[in-house]
Write a protein that binds this ligand. Sequence first.
Ligand SMILES: Cc1cc2nc3c(=O)[nH]c(=O)nc-3n(C[C@H](O)[C@H](O)[C@H](O)COP(=O)(O)OP(=O)(O)OC[C@H]3O[C@@H](n4cnc5c(N)ncnc54)[C@H](O)[C@@H]3O)c2cc1C
Length: 309
Amino acid sequence: MAILLLADHDSNHLSDQTAKTLTAAAKIGGDVHVLVAGAGAKVVAEQAARLSGVSKVLVAEDVSFANNLAEPLAALIVSLAGNYDTIISAATSTGKNVLPRVAALLDVAQVSEIIEVVSADTFKRPIYAGNAIQTVQSTDARRVITVRTASFAAASEGGSASIEAIPAASDPALSTFVKDALSASDRPELTSAKIIISGGRALGSAEKFRQVILPVADKLGAAVGASRAAVDAGYAPNDWQVGQTGKIVAPDLYIACGISGAIQHLAGMKDSKVIVAINRDEEAPIFQVADYGLVADLFEILPEFQKAL
Ligand SMILES: Cc1cc2nc3c(=O)[nH]c(=O)nc-3n(C[C@H](O)[C@H](O)[C@H](O)COP(=O)(O)OP(=O)(O)OC[C@H]3O[C@@H](n4cnc5c(N)ncnc54)[C@H](O)[C@@H]3O)c2cc1C
């Protein structure tokens, strides 16, 4: 049997979440078919076909798929499920919206946010905000899995899979699209950024956050993150929050400024390749996960760093 991988895309670009999920799918083993559902998503299907390890791309074009509404996507996947023993998606907001519905409709238990494939039916996943790793064996006939993509490298290009058009399933019409409220930014997107600089409660105000963190981010071409304390205090918008209830990131470089290192923050960034912490309290827990730690006042150090850059 084969694996059905739900592509993550915006109708123009296939996100690298798909290539990372493909690496997890390849470890499970079997033919991998990528499902591209959208309205006018042929260009995305072509990008998916070039990923190495994809044996077929299924493209379903219908207006009901234009905005990633979960109900029509779940209906489509369930209509195809008979041909697959594994249905997999990145644990993105779309994946986390669609796959639980698929699991419920198929009456199986979803295995969520895997970080390692042990074998075709056994996976590792974090629990208790990353404090423990659970090994889960699924005995369901059909496995429904979401993938924490920060734990997998992206599959390379070099494939030339066939592309097959398939019909949409009938739309259950349980939801309607109202609007997208996207924040426009020239900065890299947090979950795919190579460098992230994050600020915490120590920044003290939205104005100081902007004055101290953003110029360094601009010099580094970095995305900007924040602790929940900084977001709750209104220093940073909530789509910048990194952590258990924010975004899970794993950049090449993560610079934590004035962040204590609470377990809920670490849950979102401890897989970063190099962690730099700037904190004036040498006992701050962030130093336990940092590769480089600087015990200093960030209001002195960051302007100096900016000048040096
Ligand atoms: C269910 C739940 C979910 C949560 N989810 C998240 C989450 O997703 N993300 C998250 O971040 N938190 C989350 N939290 C909150 C978390 O527990 C912490 O409260 C939060 O991370 C603290 O943010 P902080 O490090 O910015 O603030 P603090 O803990 O107050 O730390 C501020 C740090 O700044 C340092 N400092 C102060 N002034 C300076 C200076 N001038 N220069 C340098 N250093 C300075 C201090 O020494 C201190 O270490 C969650 C909590 C719960 C209960």
